[in-house]
Design a protein around this ligand. Structure first.
Ligand SMILES: [Zn+2]
Ligand SMILES: [Zn+2]
Length: 111
């Protein structure tokens, strides 16, 4: 199992709380209308025949949190994201806050 950003035990805590399913509820810009408003991707499940298994990540509930700060969060500040939702949610959050002071003091925003 890939365990990006956070420690293995924390990753498992977040995944258990999420039921192993992406917790995006539209932050990525997709309404996920076909799956009760929540992203249907589940960890290690195949999203399609043509791609590998989905690797959810435990990342900050607020996608604007820099990675180096996200690493210090506890389970309550994290949630399960599939990479597609997280990348899209971070991008749209960045757009929304483009006029606000940026939080990229870690310089890790280049995905
Ligand atoms: Zn998702
Ligand atoms: Zn989503």
């Amino acid at each position: 199992m890939s365990e990006p950003i956070v420690a293995a035990s924390l990753f498992r805590t977040v995944m258990a709380a999420a039921g192993g399913r992406c917790q995006c509820e539209g932050e990525c810009g997709q309404a996920h209308a076909k799956s009760e408003g929540r992203c249907p991707r589940e960890h290690d499940q195949y999203a399609s025949k043509h791609s590998g298994p989905v690797r959810l990540m435990a990342a900050a509930a607020d996608p604007l949190t820099p990675d180096c700060q996200a690493a210090a969060l506890s389970a309550s500040g994290l949630r399960a994201w599939c990479p597609q939702c997280f990348t899209a949610a971070r991008r749209s959050a960045q757009r929304r806050s483009a006029s606000a002071p940026s939080a990229d003091q870690c310089g890790l925003f280049d995905l």
